[in-house]
Design a protein around this ligand. Structure first.
Ligand code: GLP
Length: 244
């Protein structure tokens, strides 16, 4: 894993944006894996700016998001569909039919999981997957204990994740109990991974990732088995890690 240490959130966002633009210029039909959360917001702002300035175009780009809550309407401001349109998709020149998020509203969720995997395969696989992490080391919505062999699946959210994400909802009771998420195996099939981590509340997870073993109890640790991962991490997130 290549580690790029940066000063703060702004520097992390700009570095991630720079790497994505570089890759997009190399690829004829880029397939990006995208994430939600406050971590990638600054990166999306930077990508929108680069697009508006004419430095990068998303016309030939396809995107696949990691996850979505189960049971929330797409137009609900707490859905990841809404987040992605609001923070990124509606502000760049991507073709509507080329942006994909898993649906948390299907009757047959197993079928939806299989179809999402197939859509990724049909697009030729993900060239570059952007990831954040949860405070407990989850990636996507793959909570500690998720078998590394899982592809897209329905997950039950832990109390700690529901609590962390309740900041967007009126109360914790409104936070869904389940989500649909690419699995660790789906993520590992991406050709390249960009892991973004910022802030002191992620410092424990970063220490476990950098100093600990690969373990299903720390979902992000699976990335140590991937050949092409770049971690962009800021000083606050590194504050509990000995190797600096
Ligand atoms: C959610 C998402 C993850 C994200 C995590 C961290 O649980 N499913 O993909 O990485 O939150 O979010 P934030 O970047 O807001 O800390």
């Amino acid at each position: 894993m290549k580690i790029i240490q940066v000063k703060d959130y702004q520097a992390m966002s700009e570095k991630a944006c720079e790497i994505i633009v570089e890759r997009m210029q190399e690829l004829e039909k880029p397939v990006l894996g995208l994430a939600t959360g406050s971590t990638p917001e600054g990166m999306y702002e930077c990508l929108i700016k680069k697009n508006k300035e004419g430095n990068v175009s998303f016309k030939n780009t396809s995107t696949f998001n990691l996850d979505e809550y189960v049971g929330i309407a797409e137009e609900d401001p707490n859905s990841y569909h809404y987040f992605m349109h609001d923070k990124f998709l509606d502000h760049v020149d991507i073709e509507e039919e080329n942006s994909h998020l898993p649906s948390g509203l299907e009757k047959d969720m197993d079928k939806e999981c299989k179809e999402y995997e197939q859509m990724i395969r049909d697009a030729g696989g993900i060239d570059l997957q952007v990831l954040g992490i949860g405070v407990n080391g989850h990636i996507g919505f793959n909570e500690p204990g998720t078998p590394f062999t899982k592809e897209t699946h329905v997950v039950e959210l832990t109390d700690s994740t529901r609590k962390a994400n309740s900041r967007y909802f009126a109360s914790i009771d409104e936070v869904p109990t389940h989500a649909i998420s690419m699995g660790p195996e789906t993520i590992m099939q991406s050709k390249e991974i960009l892991l973004l981590i910022s802030g002191e509340n992620k410092a424990d997870a970063v220490a476990k990732l950098i100093e600990g073993d690969v373990s299903e109890q720390v979902p992000v640790s699976i990335l140590k088995n991937h050949e092409n991962v770049t971690l962009i991490v800021d000083e606050a997130a590194l504050s509990k890690t000995k190797i600096k």
